[in-house]
Design a protein around this ligand. Structure first.
Ligand SMILES: [Zn+2]
Length: 221
């Protein structure tokens, strides 16, 4: 009888021990999602100062690590950019790394707005996007996308001051020579400013947007 009692106690202790790891599991995943606010390192601080000097309106975001290779480190939330004469609105944009925001500011002002004025006869007022940060892989690949670190933006369209709405999905194959010249001008400007630029000419996954990515690999199609 005593032996059975001891065995019962041992079994109870063992099941209690086994219960500990599963009880801790949710805490581990909540640690992986924790938010850590850090002072920006000197490179990020210098970039933020440059971005402010370019008259971009933005808020620096706290660094976050989501696990599985996904993070937003040294990123900002862009509220608006400036063209030569006006403010440029942005739609659909999430966190972007500071160097990417800087390249976007230069492209919007010197690439897109000037091409819109010179080729289409109306200034740019708004850039529409399909987002930036997204914890995902490159389509059809086991590798993490630059979107998983806020290092890429998908641009889907442009609104001009005269009300024209030009989209990648609707106008990339437009027969109008002006629209074709506009797209070629902004593509060339993007290729100078971003490491990787993917357009509908690259593959079907990009039929409705321009993928603009900061990378050391120069690839433009
Ligand atoms: Zn993309």
């Amino acid at each position: 009888m005593r032996g059975i009692l001891i065995l019962g106690l041992l079994a109870g202790l063992l099941s209690a021990c086994q219960a500990i790891p599963s009880a801790q599991a949710p805490q581990r995943s909540s640690v992986a999602r924790s938010t850590a606010v850090i002072t920006p390192n000197p490179a990020v601080r210098a970039c933020l100062a440059d971005l402010g000097a370019k008259s971009a309106a933005f808020t620096p975001l706290p660094d976050q690590y989501y696990g599985a290779g996904c993070s937003t480190v040294g990123t900002v939330k862009l509220a608006a950019l400036k063209s030569d004469r006006a403010e440029l609105a942005l739609a659909g944009l999430g966190p972007v790394t500071c160097p990417l925001a800087e390249s976007l500011a230069g492209w919007a002002r010197y690439g897109v707005d000037r091409a819109a004025q010179q080729i289409l006869g109306s200034p740019l007022v708004r850039i529409e996007t399909m987002g930036s940060y997204s914890c995902r892989n490159i389509a059809g690949s086991p590798r993490r996308s630059a979107h998983a670190t806020g290092n890429a933006i998908d641009v889907s369209g442009f609104v001009l001051a005269d009300g024209r709405h030009i989209t990648i999905a609707g106008n990339w194959a437009d027969q109008s020579p002006q629209v074709q010249r506009f797209f070629e001008a902004i593509r060339q400007s993007a290729c100078k400013r971003f490491g990787t630029v993917l357009t509908p000419a690259y593959n079907a996954a990009h039929h409705d947007h321009l993928h603009l990515e900061m990378s050391s690999r120069a690839f433009c199609k």
